[in-house]
Design a protein around this ligand. Structure first.
Ligand SMILES: [Zn+2]
Length: 124
């Protein structure tokens, strides 16, 4: 038994409460009608299978039921971080030791400010 940190509940919970949902950061093509069969097939069926840093989509199924991302090392199975949807990971294949925490925090603050502006824009 091990524990996973849910970034929404802001606490560690038993792994049985969570379900993996595959590779993270897969963007749906903006105009599916403009895709070739090969592009659409790649989007639907083909996933990366890297050795080392991998970003995965998980859901806190028996908790807040929210989706979030996990950065995991596929060699050691170590979970390096969890982060909310829309946030950028600190650990990447280019930065396996982690980007500076200040840089990531500034990005997340800026992304949060942008989200507030968009929500306010939607209400107006
Ligand atoms: Zn949760």
């Amino acid at each position: 038994m091990f524990h996973i940190y849910c970034p929404y509940c802001e606490e560690h919970r038993e792994e049985e409460e969570f379900h993996p949902k595959g590779q993270a950061h897969i963007a749906r093509p903006e105009d599916p009608e403009a895709c070739s069969d090969e592009q659409w097939g790649d989007y639907l069926f083909f996933r990366d299978n890297p050795r080392g840093i991998h970003h995965e989509l998980w859901v806190h199924a028996v908790g807040c039921r929210k989706f979030f991302n996990i950065t995991r090392n596929t060699v050691s199975y170590e979970i390096l971080e969890t982060y909310k949807m829309g946030e950028a990971p600190r650990f990447t294949a280019e930065h396996p030791e982690g980007r500076p925490a200040e840089t990531v925090a500034a990005e997340r603050t800026a992304a949060g400010a942008d989200k507030v502006e968009r929500q306010q824009g939607a209400k107006a």
